[in-house]
Ligand binder design. Structure first.
Ligand code: ARG
Length: 590
C-alpha cells in the first residue's frame, strides 16, 4: 500500500533482513543480534559484521563452516531477497557488504517527499519522557550555563517529540530554600507596601539578592528575622507566602524574556511543587530500611561512594536531593514517565549519580541502564570566554543572557545590511532574518560541540558565513529554496508526476545521506547527543554542494531537470527538519 507502516531507519531495515538470515544460518544460536553499520566504503553502503564473532562461538561444535569467511558467505546467501538490496559481497574475514538499490533509494526519497518527513521519524521504546532543563534559580543569576541547558534540553525534547514521544518539558526552577528568608525580610524592609514592589521598582533581582545577602551577613538581628521568615514561609503564613510568590513572579518575567527569544517552551514545576511530597517519599524509603542516621542527618548510603546522599539535613530541613527524590517519585508514579532526562552542567554529575543509585536501591528504577524506566543525566561543559576562563563580559560579572542574544541579532542585522539587503528587503524581513540567523548561530555554536567539552563563546566565529556555522547552513538552505522558486515549477506536481533518479555518483551519495537521516536522529536521541545531528547536517550541506557544483549534475536544460529539482527539494526538507530539531528557524531567501 501507499502508506505502509514505518519500517524503521535504513540501518534497522537491513538489520531485520540480517536477523532473518542469521536465524537460518545458525539455527542453534538464539537471539544473535545483527551487527549492521553504515560503511560508505568501496565495497558497499552497509556492512554486517557478525561472521567473526559467530565463528568463535560455533567452531568445534560441528557447524558446517570452515572459518569466518564461510560464515559470512552463508549469511549472504541466506539473506531474504529485498527490493532494497542491489548486491552483496563478502570481504576479508566474513564482512558482508551490501550495496543498496538505487531505484529503491530514489523511490524511498520520493515517497518521503509525498508523505512528509514525519514518516522518517524514529520510534523509541518509550511513550512518555520528562526533560528537566533550563531550571534557573529564583533571584539568582540565570547564567550561560542555564543558556546551555535551555538550548540542549530544548533540542532533546524536540527530537523526542518528533519521535512521537509525549514530552513533559519541565522547568525545575530553584524556587524554594533558605535564601527566601532573607529575600522576604529584605523585601519587607525596602518596601513596607511590598505588593507594590514590581519588577520596575526592584529593578535587578540579582542586585537585590546581593544586597539582601550583605544585610544578612552584616546584621545579626536581620539574620535572626530572616531565619524566622523561612519558618513562617514554610509554615504557610499568608503574608510570607505572598511575598515569596511576588519574588518568584519577578524572576519568572525575566526568565520568560529569554525563553521567548529562543522560542523555547517549558512548563514550570519548581522545587516548591514537590515540597509536599517529600515527607511521604522519605518515609517510604525509611520503611524500606534505606535511610540511616549519620552525624545528625538522615542519609542514604550508596555503594562505591564514600559520602552518603543526605536526604534530611541535621536541622530537619530538606535539601536539593530530597526534592529531586520526590520529583523523581512524582514523575514515575504520577506522570508515568519512562525516561527522565536532566540537563545540567557536569559539575552536578555526582549528585545525579548518587540519587539515581539511591532510586535503584529503592527499586524505583531497574539496575543497569539498558531498561526502562530510565533516568539520564545530560551533563555539559563550561562556556569559556576567549581568554579561556569562565565566560564573563567586561562590565558585569555574569553575562546577561538577554544582552547576549541582542548582540547576536544586532551583528547579524549589520551583516545583512552589508550584503545590501537594506535596499531589497522590508525592515520586517531584515529583523526576522537577523533573529533567525543570530539566535540560530548562538544555538548551533553550542550544539555542534560534544556537550561534555567546554566551549568557547565567540561571536565572530559563530556568525561567520563559512565553515560549520548556522549562518553557512541557513544560507545554504535559503539558496536551495531560491533555486527551486526560480525554476518556476510547481512542487506538488513535481513530487507526484516527476521521477527521482539517482543516476550520477554525486546524486547517489546525496540520496544515501538523506536516507540516513532517521538513524542519525535515533542515535542522537538514544545517546542524548545533539552534536551528532549537527555533524549530519553539516555533512549534508557539503555533500549537497558537491552535487550542486558538479557541471555533470546541472539542472536547467538537462533532461534530469525534474529529478534534480526533486533531489534539491528533498535536501531542503531534510535540512529544514534538522533546523527544526535544533530549534533553529530556517530562512528561505538570501
Ligand atoms: N536549579 C538547578 C541549578 O541551577 C538545576 C536543577 C536541575 N534539575 C534538577 N531536577 N535537579 O543548578
Amino acid at each position: 500500500t501507499e502508506h505502509d507502516e514505518y519500517m524503521g531507519s535504513l540501518k534497522a531495515q537491513l538489520a531485520k533482513l540480517f536477523e532473518v538470515s542469521l536465524k537460518v544460518t545458525v539455527p542453534n544460536e538464539l537471539d544473535v543480534e545483527p551487527l549492521v553499520a553504515a560503511c560508505n566504503g568501496k565495497f558497499g553502503d552497509y556492512q554486517c559484521n557478525n561472521a567473526m564473532g559467530l565463528w568463535s562461538k560455533i567452531k568445534g561444535k560441528g557447524a558446517p563452516f570452515r572459518g569466518p569467511p564461510a560464515v559470512g558467505e552463508a549469511i549472504k546467501n541466506n539473506l531474504p531477497t529485498s527490493e532494497m538490496i542491489e548486491s552483496c559481497s563478502v570481504a576479508g574475514p566474513g564482512f558482508v557488504n551490501v550495496v543498496l538499490s538505487k531505484n529503491w533509494m530514489a523511490k524511498s526519497i520520493q515517497k518521503m517527499l509525498i508523505e512528509g518527513i514525519d514518516t522518517w521519524a524514529p520510534l523509541p521504546p518509550v511513550k512518555t519522557a520528562v526533560v528537566d532543563f533550563s531550571s534557573p534559580n529564583i533571584a539568582k543569576e540565570m547564567h550561560v550555563g542555564h543558556l546551555r541547558s535551555t538550548i540542549i534540553g530544548d533540542t532533546l525534547a524536540r527530537m523526542l517529540e518528533f519521535s512521537k514521544v509525549k514530552v513533559l518539558r519541565r522547568n525545575h526552577v530553584g524556587d524554594w530554600g533558605t535564601q527566601f528568608g532573607m529575600l522576604i525580610e529584605f523585601l519587607f524592609e525596602k518596601f513596607p507596601n511590598f505588593e507594590d514592589a514590581t519588577e520596575t521598582a526592584i529593578g535587578d533581582l540579582q542586585a537585590f539578592y546581593k544586597a539582601s545577602k550583605q544585610r544578612f551577613d552584616a546584621d545579626p538581628a536581620f539574620k535572626e528575622r530572616a531565619q524566622q521568615a523561612v519558618v513562617r514561609l514554610q509554615g504557610g503564613e499568608d503574608k510570607y507566602r505572598r511575598a515569596w510568590a511576588q519574588i518568584c513572579q519577578i524572576s519568572r518575567t525575566e526568565f520568560h524574556k529569554v525563553y521567548q527569544r529562543l522560542g523555547v517552551h517549558l512548563e514550570e514545576k519548581g522545587e516548591s511543587f514537590y515540597n509536599p511530597y517529600i515527607p511521604g517519599v522519605i518515609e517510604a524509603l525509611n520503611k524500606q530500611g534505606l535511610v540511616e542516621e549519620s552525624q545528625g542527618a538522615q542519609v542514604i548510603f550508596i555503594e562505591g561512594i564514600n559520602i552518603p546522599l543526605i536526604v534530611v539535613k541535621s536541622d530537619g530541613g530538606f535539601n536539593y536531593a530530597s526534592t529531586d527524590l520526590a520529583a523523581l517519585w512524582y514523575r514515575l508514579n504520577e506522570e508515568k514517565a519512562e525516561w527522565i532526562i536532566y540537563v545540567t552542567d557536569v559539575g552536578q554529575q555526582q549528585h545525579f549519580d548518587m540519587f539515581f543509585k539511591a532510586a535503584k536501591r529503592a527499586g524505583w528504577l531497574p539496575q543497569g541502564d539498558s531498561s526502562y524506566p530510565k533516568a539520564s543525566h545530560v551533563g555539559f561543559g563550561l562556556v569559556l570566554g576567549e581568554d579561556g576562563k569562565r565566560f564573563r563580559t567586561r562590565n558585569t560579572e555574569v553575562v546577561r543572557l538577554v544582552d547576549l542574544l541582542d548582540e547576536a541579532k544586532v551583528r547579524s542585522k549589520a551583516a545583512l545590511i552589508e550584503r545590501g539587503k537594506g535596499e531589497e528587503w522590508s525592515e520586517e524581513e531584515i529583523v526576522s532574518t537577523a533573529e533567525a540567523v543570530g539566535y540560530g548561530a548562538v544555538k548551533y555554536a553550542d550544539l555542534k560541540n560534544n556537550r561534555l567539552t567546554n566551549y568557547t563563546f565567540n561571536f565572530d566565529q559563530m556568525l561567520n558565513d563559512k565553515g560549520n556555522t548556522a549562518v553557512y547552513l541557513l544560507y545554504a538552505h535559503a539558496r536551495i529554496c531560491s533555486i527551486i522558486r526560480r525554476s518556476g515549477k510547481d512542487l506538488e506536481e513535481l513530487k507526484n508526476k516527476g521521477t527521482l533518479v539517482l543516476g550520477h555518483k554525486d546524486e547517489r551519495d546525496l540520496g544515501l545521506h538523506l536516507l540516513q537521516f532517521a538513524e542519525v536522529v535515533e542515535e542522537a536521541c538514544t545517546n542524548l547527543l545533539p552534536n551528532v545531528l549537527c555533524d549530519y547536517l553539516y555533512n549534508l550541506s557539503e555533500i549537497f554542494s558537491k552535487f550542486y557544483s558538479n557541471p555533470e549534475c546541472k539542472v536547467i536544460g538537462s533532461d534530469m531537470e525534474m529529478s534534480r529539482l526533486l533531489l534539491r527539494e528533498a535536501t531542503a526538507v531534510v535540512m529544514r527538519k534538522c533546523f527544526d530539531l535544533l530549534g533553529i528557524t530556517p530562512i528561505y531567501k538570501i
